[in-house]
Design a protein around this ligand. Sequence first.
Ligand code: F6R
Length: 586
Amino acid sequence: MCGIIGYAGSGNAGEIIYDGLLKLEYRGYDSAGIAVLDGGKCAIVKSAGRVKKLNTSAQLLGGSIGIGHTRWATHGKPDDVNAHPHVCGKIAVVHNGEIENYAELKKSLMDGGDKFLSQTDSEVIPHLINKFYCGDLLEAVIKCASMLKGSYALLAIREGSGEIVAAKNRSPVILGLGENCNFCASDEPALAGKCPRICVLEDGDFAVITKDSATVYNSKKQKINRAVLPNSAKEQSLSLGGYPHYMIKELWEAPAAVKNTVTAFGEVKNAVCSAICGADKIIFTGCGTAYHAALLGKRYFAELAGIPAEAEYAGELRYDKLYAGKNTCLIAVTQSGETADTVEAAILCKKSGATIAAVTNSPHSAITRTADITVPVCAGAEICVAATKSYSAQIAALLSAALALSQNTGLAEELSNAPALISQTLQNLDIYALAEMCARARGVYFMGRGIDYAVALEGSLKLKEVSYIAGGGYPSGELKHGPLALIDGSTLSIFIITDAALSQKSMEAVEQTLSRGGMVAVITTLPHVHKRFERRAEVVTLPECNKYIAPLAAASALQFLAYRVAVILNRDPDKPRNLAKSVTVE
Ligand code: F6R
């Protein structure tokens, strides 16, 4: 949700920042801008649209210190004026987050004679820094931060100075430490190949970055130490590697993500079991795809480990006062580890005494600082805004945890073969005809029972997200309680059927839909289901496997389906309209 990057060194700041913004674009892509200090003067380029629009103008910028921003609009439409950096006097600022009290601040600044150009909340920041500046940029930023309510990762520069000042609250900032150069950025990928070490800032931290130093301060301007870690972002994992889109590349990386996650779980198994065993209530939470993984986690815990569990959207849980208590274990699932709702839900539950387990792909993220224990998801960098391999790896992590608690060794063995199952699924998948049906349909509905229902919800989200085709996910049993009214020759219903025990009931729902003249597809691991519908519906057959492993095969098939439909409809699957990967605002 907005990407920011700052650079201080001796190279060409415009080019280096431009390259970093390209790598951060998954955080927002409706406008972008760069400010550099060149000969003591501040030069700015900014534009609505993708980062690439700055290609030529960024090369023309001189200077070796600067800041950049790629935007996901919260306040003010995505146009040139609302694009960051924002400027007041000699101060230029980029900001990720949301300033909740910006309207009051803006009013009082305007009453004092300040003029504003944009509709953004962020523009109050350079105005406040300018107002407080008395020769010390750090001090002015600290005073500004004391006035702000809300979330911010901000970078400020001032004409005539050789430093960048960063401030952080509830939005991520990491420092990148290099040879004769230093960086600050929202995320590690922006720093891939640029510096060997990083340092993760915490809420309330400030930092001053120059070519030769990167120093962290608290709000009293006292120097503080933060751990210096190796920079694990790899340049090659951020390239398309010959694929046309990140979505298809990352989808094919699911087997490795699952394998690495299952292996990594071995290291935390005992700690996870003891954290969870003492709890008398388990709540899974997350947003979007991560919530769909949480729904599977709930089923795995209940059905495999006999531990009753609940699952709640993080955006609901954070305002639900009744939920967590001392003996609760909250299992928060989040790829980025920065999703505001998930992090806030975890903080709230922690305050109520709950133990927090984070299931995350981001080891240095906000959720890991809140959590008592982290279950690693080892999917590697995921650039496509739509989650693919991270969802598969989340499923593997949650299933590993349930199996550890249940001592089910047979299924654990099957899970270790899941990477091969996913590869086999993708290699043999015949989903092109179904993709054409989806692309023609007025609405696409995904149906399933039990575990298949959780998967159906994810299939529906993925398709909507990258194709913009309306639809939804429903439990098959709910069909006759309303959704059947949607069915006609222009709508497509896709049934996921992988649970033999529930297949009879699911097949009845398929019959009910067929008899209303709707287009129907069935995605199944079960030969008898295939046989029954092969001539009456579009049937996609997946390798036969245990129903608890089946979500991994079905997820890959549904992700591939969504990808194909996006390509047919000429959508950009990597950057769906209006979305961003890491949702750090409410
Ligand atoms: C959908 C998708 C989103 C995320 C959601 C949570 O493809 O990617 O629904 O799953 O925004 O993000 P994380 O997992 O980073 O908390």
